[in-house]
Write a protein that binds this ligand. Structure first.
Ligand SMILES: NC(=O)c1ccc[n+]([C@@H]2O[C@H](COP(=O)([O-])OP(=O)(O)OC[C@H]3O[C@@H](n4cnc5c(N)ncnc54)[C@H](OP(=O)(O)O)[C@@H]3O)[C@@H](O)[C@H]2O)c1
Length: 273
């Protein structure tokens, strides 16, 4: 039995699709499973990673876990060990390489807890997700515009489909215990270039407006905790100072080329219309 946490999220949904083609029994954990729909062969359980009492039953009979980072989930890997879990594939973050960054620190903290738990582990450290551009849906639909800071700073965005493919491979094949995979998409792209690609794919004139870090912070802080806002903006500033590398890890692990942003945009076109 495999437990998928974050099953209603960008990566978790892709894992469920890809695991559906395997023989594994799949259980998902969600705080609000009624809000999502899952395939019939998936067992759905309600739980909260930051509430230890709610996860004990969820882990019953589970041998493998896909784990996402949730603040306050400190006891998870210890409870998993006691429940007989053998392997945790943890969705960490490339930001971990910056020891002064709150996003990096939070993921490093969880990696350490998993290392200490005694459960076998595989850590995946992706950079920015292509699906982060879904935050632009509202302004694209209502005004035909994307407003972002660091408009010409390139990152190496990855398709959650490719992260999921590495997760499934880590469960299905041997040799992934104790491995840390830093994952990127196939090309470096700036927010302005991503906007241009969306414009072409949607056949719609989408303007790009470069905004200040201060204005971006003001907008983001309405939905995201302040330290995470600062940490996200710092990551863009760091990418401006030290251009990010494009890595071949997805292909090395899965045998498949990583997907382009144009492919991702085509796959999700209906969400922008
Ligand atoms: N976005 C990026 O650029 C990026 C880059 C590197 C790493 N990451 C990492 O990737 C993770 C997953 O991203 P994503 O885009 O796949 O997720 P997402 O779409 O943001 O969804 C978040 C998921 O977390 C679950 N969740 C949140 N709090 C929970 C809790 N207390 N207990 C149980 N489940 C909880 C939600 O499940 P329910 O609401 O159903 O409970 C949901 O499935 C991020 O959290 C981050 O750690 C992201």
């Amino acid at each position: 039995m495999i437990l998928i946490t974050g099953a209603t999220g960008n990566v978790g949904r892709e894992i469920i699709k890809q695991l559906g083609k395997t023989e594994y029994q799949i259980r998902v954990l969600s705080r609000n499973p009624d809000k999502a729909s899952f395939p019939k062969n998936v067992e759905v359980m309600t739980g909260n990673l930051s509430d230890p009492d709610s996860i004990k039953d969820v882990l019953n009979g589970v041998k493998k876990v896909f784990l996402i980072n949730v603040p306050g989930s400190d006891q998870f890997s210890q409870i998993a060990k006691q429940s007989g879990v053998e392997h945790i594939v943890f969705l960490s973050a490339a930001a971990i390489e910056y020891t002064d960054n709150a996003i990096g620190q939070a993921h490093y903290y969880t990696e350490e807890l998993i290392r200490k738990s005694g459960v076998k582990w595989t850590f995946l450290r992706p950079g920015a997700f292509m699906s982060n551009t879904l935050q632009w849906v509202h302004s694209i639909q209502s005004e035909g515009i994307v407003r972002m800071p660091f408009g010409d700073v390139k990152t190496n965005p990855i398709d959650p489909h490719d992260i999921a493919a590495v997760v499934v491979n880590s469960f299905e094949t041997s040799g992934h215990d104790g491995k840390t995979y830093t994952l990127t998409g196939p090309e470096n792209l700036s927010p302005r270039e991503q906007t241009q690609i969306l414009s072409t794919v949607l056949s719609k004139d989408i303007k790009f407006e470069n905004i200040s870090r201060e204005l971006a912070k003001e907008n983001m802080i309405k939905a995201i905790p302040a330290p995470i806002v600062e940490a996200s903006l710092d990551l863009m500033e760091k990418a401006a100072a030290h251009p990010l590398e494009v890595l071949n890890t997805v292909k090395e692990v899965t045998g498949q080329d990583s997907r382009s942003f144009e492919q991702w945009a085509n796959d999700h076109i209906e969400l922008f219309q």
